[in-house]
Design a binder for this molecule. Structure first.
Ligand code: 26V
Length: 816
């Protein structure tokens, strides 16, 4: 922002004084003896003061205008670092940089000290964080609700090529962004039994006598929007025991027993669950879900009652969005609070519940759909189980009343699954208890209607709607790619920062300007050099920044098909060795991502990537034409370094399996070209960017569906038809990459051949051909960079501001 020099000098001086005051009075350090960490804390606290002013203004304004509140309930918020996010949105980044330089402190070095707040697994948690930022930017009166995990997602170490999980301790040095609210406490109960009693008016009512109660304590983090426009609150709950110490037991000499209850209670907010873990710890997961849902609902009902005389108009004052089924016990809990605690009649309470709640589905993968054993629910939440049975009974009755008696239909829409032990289907519960059920990309929403929720959709044809995901451009462009951002400002003016959705398209004509393309390529090269330094520091591998950076970074999962990319890597390796004289495009294959601790196949894929990397990188015949790296501990901060440095973005899931994907958008925005299947939001990217500026390949979701129906998953035919694929599989199976244990991958490859569930072999040749097209375009830099510029220019629609506007208008009715 252009500014009067004097005003700016004054702001710099003011910020410098604020940081020094924080360092002295809040951190308790003398500038001459302060460690970098002390400086970090002082800067964060100074920035936080700026937010607090906006925060209070914004809150007062919400009350004054009686604005409708949006409550975003999510078990995950994958936030990353907040220093640049806050400074940049407050317009203080340059001011802070200058103020600190005067003090002899390098802001960039301090930035790296902040641990990532990794309270999420992957796309779902990161989406929640992007949404929080966009809601503040747009002035939606929003509250995020979640759990303040003491340990976020595990730290991934790679030891001898294998993933090892290490405990993550993001709170070790405290957290300068949050405010503890010891006065905001709610009781959360578990277990016990339910009694039917008569109330004063002779009405029967249910009374829950729980066996155990813990406390939920609030911690608030302000979330500031672009240009400090408004500041919302992320409220995370921490579990505490009712009593810190059982004094009687302690005095009797039972020192461990005296704190056992504390340990049990506090374990609820101890650690984030890895998304795809199996049976183990199921009970604790359900306790987490109920814990944060109950605390959040009690809190928001109290807030509503502060302004409104009753809860009858709850749906006018509040919209509650359930991020996946994790918070879907909210349907039963809201009913319990309305009916049991607030004495509202069942039918009225049901209308309020449905009108207030909305549910977002994020996956159709059958094994990922949450169900809870009825026995566990009865034990842990007996009153909720009763309520769920009652909801189900009314639901099935209403269908019969409409003349629907078909057993298959009733079975499909029931809240209780009867086939494999009785279980509560949380997806159906969330669907039934919400007025809106949305998918996260056009294709995903279509598949929701035609597969998992097809019967529900027939009963409630208006309920399912689409809200294609988006990303916040502030973090994924302005903060992570300052060079490209400056170029955009130079080319399009400052306005592009405020209205990228509208303004980015104005970049299109620049795609035809050779000078601009050169600058674009130069930015990429400088980001690639920075990433090359990280690669060398962390892995000791030297890569050529002029080579094509071919990147696949995301959670490791079979459906995302990192294996397909690895097969291509091996095919390329073999081809280079066979024909060393060909004009090969030098490539660096970059992988990163975590596997759930219990997901053996995913961990084996990580080992394979590392085995291939070692072999290829040490083979002199390849002459550096191909390098393979697996960067450990993928997280938001590493993504911010990798994405601006990518030439090629790998989005190659089996069609129909990736609900949306969001890294596809981050890469596209930064000008990488996508090689991908027609899956998730790739489809919409293709519509907007143009198929000629992407490398689309592979089976379509209809073709995948057809394969599923035929039940034909043996890869024998695909392998027989492709000598290249056959050679690759033979090499891996035979131990070329695992000489220390030649049979390491025999099971993996044999399994793939016998049952290729994710159609890796079926898509291999098409993928190889698409990669050939990539190489052809790389040989034509003018065309490559033209496409790259057009990718950036056409990504405006994928701003999470657009997504949030759609939620606010269509679902929440929460925009003035
Ligand atoms: C969970 C599980 C659990 C059991 C084993 C397999 C499995 C696979 C995936 C998941 C994750 C489900 C929820 C989720 O994270 N979905 C992601 O949501 C993103 C934001 O909408 C979206 O971009 C991703 O495509 C979608 O996978």
């Amino acid at each position: 922002m252009s500014q009067e020099p004097l005003v700016r000098d004054a702001e710099v001086a003011e910020f410098r004084a604020a940081v020094l005051a924080k360092l002295t009075y809040a951190v308790g350090k003398d500038p001459d003896h302060a460690f970098d960490h002390d400086w970090f804390e002082a800067i964060a606290l100074a920035a936080r003061d700026h937010m607090v002013e906006h925060w209070m203004d914004h809150t007062r304004q919400i009350y004054r205008k009686a604005q409708k509140r949006v409550y975003y309930l999510s078990l995950e918020f994958l936030i990353g670092r907040l220093l640049y996010d806050s400074l940049s949105n407050l317009g203080l980044l340059d001011i802070a940089r200058e103020a600190l330089t005067d003090l002899g402190v390098d802001l960039e070095r301090i930035r790296l000290l902040e641990p990532d707040a990794a309270l999420g697994n992957g796309g779902l948690g990161r989406l929640a964080a992007c949404f929080m930022e966009s809601m503040s930017t747009l002035g939606v009166a929003a509250h995020g609700y979640g759990i303040r995990y003491e340990h976020g997602l595990f730290r991934q170490a790679i030891v001898d090529g294998w993933q090892q999980e290490q405990t993550e301790n993001w709170l070790d040095f405290g957290n300068p962004w949050e405010f503890e609210r010891p006065e905001v406490i709610y009781p959360i109960s578990f277990g016990g039994h339910v009694e039917t009693v008569q109330d004063a008016g002779g009405q029967q009512k249910q009374v829950w006598w729980p066996a155990e109660t813990v406390r939920a304590v609030a911690y608030d983090t302000p979330v500031v929007g672009w240009r400090g426009s408004s500041v919302n609150t992320l409220r995370l709950w921490r579990a505490r025991a009712l009593e810190e110490l059982h004094l009687e037991r302690f005095n009797a000499g039972d020192h461990l027993g005296a704190v056992a209850e504390v340990a049990r209670a506090e374990s609820i907010s101890r650690v984030l669950y890895p998304a795809d873990s199996t049976e183990a710890g199921q009970e604790l997961r359900l306790r987490q879900e109920y814990f944060f849902v109950s605390a959040s609902l009690q809190d928001l009902l109290r807030r509503h009652q502060n302004i409104h005389p009753s809860l009858l108009n709850l749906a006018d004052g509040a919209a509650i969005q359930l991020n996946d089924t994790h918070p879907s016990i909210a349907v039963a809990e809201l009913m319990r609070l309305l009916v049991d605690t607030h004495a509202i009649p069942w039918d009225t309470a049901w209308d309020i519940t449905v009108n207030t709640l909305a549910y977002t589905n994020h996956t159709l993968l059958p094994e990922a759909l949450e169900t809870w054993p009825v026995g566990l629910m009865e034990r842990m939440l007996p009153r909720h189980m009763q309520i769920i049975y009652l909801i189900n009974a009314y639901h099935i009755d209403s269908l019969r009343a409409k003349g629907i008696h078909d057993f298959d239909v009733l079975r499909a829409v029931s809240l209780i699954e009867e086939d494999n032990g009785r279980r509560v289907r949380m997806g159906n519960l969330a669907f039934l208890g919400s007025h809106s059920v949305n998918g996260v990309s056009g294709l995903h929403t279509k598949l929701m209607r035609s597969t998992v929720f097809s019967e529900m959709h027939k009963l409630y044809p208006d309920r399912i709607n689409n809200k294609t995901n988006g990303i916040t451009f502030r973090r994924w462009l302005f903060q992570s790619n300052g060079e490209l951002t400056s170029m955009l400002v130079d080319a399009l003016g400052e306005d592009v920062l405020d209205h990228p959705e509208q303004r980015l398209v104005d970049l299109e004509p620049f795609a035809d300007k050779p000078d601009f393309r050169k600058r674009f390529a130069a930015q990429r090269l400088s980001s690639k050099k920075a990433l090359a330094r990280i690669i060398q520091e962390r892995l000791g591998v030297v890569v050529n920044p002029e080579a094509m950076f071919d990147v696949q970074v995301k959670r490791i999962h079979e459906y995302k098909r990192q294996l397909l990319n690895l097969l291509h890597t091996v095919a390329l390796y073999q081809a280079i060795r066979a024909e060393p004289g060909t004009n090969w495009v030098p490539r660096v294959k970059i992988f990163a991502g975590k596997a759930a601790a219990s997901y053996h196949q995913a961990k084996l894929i990580i080992k394979l990537a590392n085995d291939i990397a070692r072999t290829v990188n040490n083979d002199p015949t390849v002459r550096g034409l191909l390098k393979v790296v697996f960067l450990p501990n993928y997280n938001v901060s590493l993504a911010e370094s990798i994405i601006p440095a990518a030439d090629l973005s790998e989005q190659i899931s089996t069609a129909g399996y990736e609900a949306s994907g969001t890294s596809n958008m981050k890469f596209g925005l930064n000008g990488a070209l996508t090689i991908g299947t027609m899956d998730g939001a790739n489809v919409e990217m293709c519509e907007r960017v143009g198929a000629e500026h992407m490398f689309i390949f592979g089976l379509t979701s209809q073709q995948v569906e057809a394969r599923k129906r035929s039940g034909e998953f043996n890869a024998g035919g695909d392998i027989a038809a492709s000598h290249r694929l056959n050679d690759v599989l033979q090499a891996i199976r035979g131990g070329v990459f695992s000489p220390d244990d030649a049979s390491r991958y025999a099971g993996l490859i044999d399994g793939l051949i016998a049952y290729d569930r994710f159609l890796v072999c079926a898509d291999f040749d098409a993928y190889w051909d698409a990669q050939k097209r990539v190489e052809d375009l790389w040989h034509d830099p003018a065309q490559w960079w033209r496409s790259a510029v057009l990718n950036t220019a056409r990504m405006g629609w994928f701003s999470s501001d657009r997504t949030i506007r759609e939620y606010a208008e269509d679902i929440w009715k929460a925009l003035d």
